[in-house]
Write a protein that binds this ligand. Structure first.
Ligand code: 4NP
Length: 160
């Protein structure tokens, strides 16, 4: 089993989009029993809120479910995930302040998984309003992340 946590600042725009899109990919591959995912924010302003309207709209347009998603703040318990995936460098700085992260945990930005990208931060659409751009970046990032996880699971003999 592999556990993946997506993080951003508010947990209403980027990380719930990544969670929903990654869940959709994992389901399509029939891997939901082996790959688990969640998302959280480093800030507390939107605790309990559903995803931002822009995130809901773009997910709906692409027939990806966001059912049940509700913002929450990261806690020290989250530091035990196998992958902690930030959307930008600030998210990574902030998660490191939550507590000490065990050495086996992979703490990376989503776009670190996309080799040919110069810009590794997913821009915050809360300010830009550009949810289309974020959708395209998150799509690339989650696809590459799933490839890496599948390769690791295959190497360990956990999947075929
Ligand atoms: P997110 O976007 O980190 O992608 O969810 C934001 C949402 C809310 C705020 C900032 C960024 N805010 O300042 O409330």
């Amino acid at each position: 089993m592999v556990r993946v946590l997506f993080i951003c600042l508010g947990n209403i725009c980027r990380s719930p989009m990544a969670e929903a899109m990654f869940r959709d990919l994992v389901r399509k591959e029939g891997l939901e029993a082996v790959i688990k995912m969640d998302s959280a924010g480093t800030g507390d302003w939107h605790i309990g809120h559903p995803p931002h309207e822009g995130t809901r709209e773009i997910l709906k347009k692409n027939q990806i479910s966001y059912k049940g998603l509700k913002a929450r703040k990261v806690t020290s318990d989250d530091l035990s995930y196998d992958y902690i995936i930030g959307m930008d460098v600030e998210n990574i700085k902030n998660i490191k302040k939550v507590g000490s992260i065990p050495s086996h945990v992979k703490v990376k930005r989503l776009l670190d998984f996309v080799e040919d990208k110069q810009e590794k931060n997913v821009p915050d659409p809360y300010y830009s309003g550009n949810f289309e751009e974020v959708y395209e970046l998150v799509k690339e990032g989650t696809e590459k992340l799933l490839e890496e996880i599948k390769n690791n699971l295959k190497a360990k003999g956990e999947i075929e």
